[in-house]
Design a binder for this molecule. Structure first.
Ligand code: KIV
Ligand code: NA
Length: 262
């Protein structure tokens, strides 16, 4: 099998087949998801929360992303691999270009993702001009959490809805091959998906996007905290791990010694 390209992703949308995307951060997980037929593997900067134990995605560096994206790229052979440009590495077109070049050269992955509304469309345009495949990300953009003042649903007011539609169209015109809609009012996400010619990949934005994305740990129940409400876990891997470890500990320690008789 050969690796999917952005043309294959567009072809899925053309024939009305939804696009399935999941995050991956390591070689083994990437391999398992790839064998299962996932279309797109996202090396998300959710790495910061999920793998590195940070409160936000802000501490994640370009070096972190490159290390993990390389592992995901090597672990997969069919999925399109997209790597997030983390906080502070896509602040303007030239900075983003240098970041994206480093990611593509050092990991071999096929695309980068950038967070930001219409203001970020010139960044998309600059990267696309240099032959880089760009996925945009609007709505809840976790790198802006402190400026937003928390993690909440976007597009509730008419003004916000209009801004999000304009942002989506600006990224499309700039040449983005797809766009993530995170935690957007479902009716608005559906409207954006109808208006655009490129795939929309939703997370917490209702069923009417061209595709869906989830953090892999939320999908398989591999976490210490409960997953977000929209995640609907399909497995309870945390319980399997705890049971296996308890069995191992019991086996290593052997039967408990009888307390001495007095
Ligand atoms: O970092 C991430 O996991 C993401 C997805 C949730 C879209 O950006
Ligand atoms: Na991200």
């Amino acid at each position: 099998t050969r690796r999917l390209t952005i043309r294959d992703i567009h072809a899925l949308r053309e024939r009305g087949e939804n696009i399935a995307m999941l995050t991956a951060y390591d070689h083994v997980t990437a391999g398992l998801l790839d064998q299962s037929g996932i279309d797109i593997l996202l090396v998300g900067d959710s790495l910061g929360n999920v793998v590195l134990g940070h409160e936000t995605t802000l501490p994640v560096t370009l070096a972190d992303m490159i290390r993990h994206a390389g592992a995901v790229q090597r672990g997969s052979s069919r999925a399109l691999v997209v790597c997030d440009l983390p906080f502070g590495t896509a602040t303007d077109p030239e900075t983003a270009l240098h970041s994206a070049i480093a990611v593509l050269q050092e990991t071999g992955c096929q695309a980068v993702k950038i967070e930001g509304g219409a203001w970020a469309a010139p960044i998309t345009a600059r990267l696309v001009q240099q032959g880089i495949a760009v996925m945009a990300h609007i709505g809840l953009t976790p790198q802006a959490v402190h400026q937003l003042g928390g993690y909440y649903r976007h597009g509730k007011s008419d003004a916000e809805a209009r801004q999000l539609i304009e942002a989506a169209q600006a990224h499309q015109e700039a040449g983005a091959f797809a766009i993530v809609l995170e935690f957007i009012v479902p009716e608005l996400a559906a409207e954006i998906s109808r208006l655009l010619d490129i795939p929309t990949i939703g997370i917490g934005s209702g069923p009417d996007c061209t595709g869906q994305v989830l953090v892999i740990n939320d999908l398989i129940g591999l976490g210490i905290c409960p997953p977000p409400s929209f995640a609907k876990p399909k497995a309870d891997v945390a319980s399997i791990v705890r049971e296996a470890v308890a069995a191992y500990i019991a086996e290593v320690k052997g039967p408990a010694e009888e307390p001495p008789l007095v």
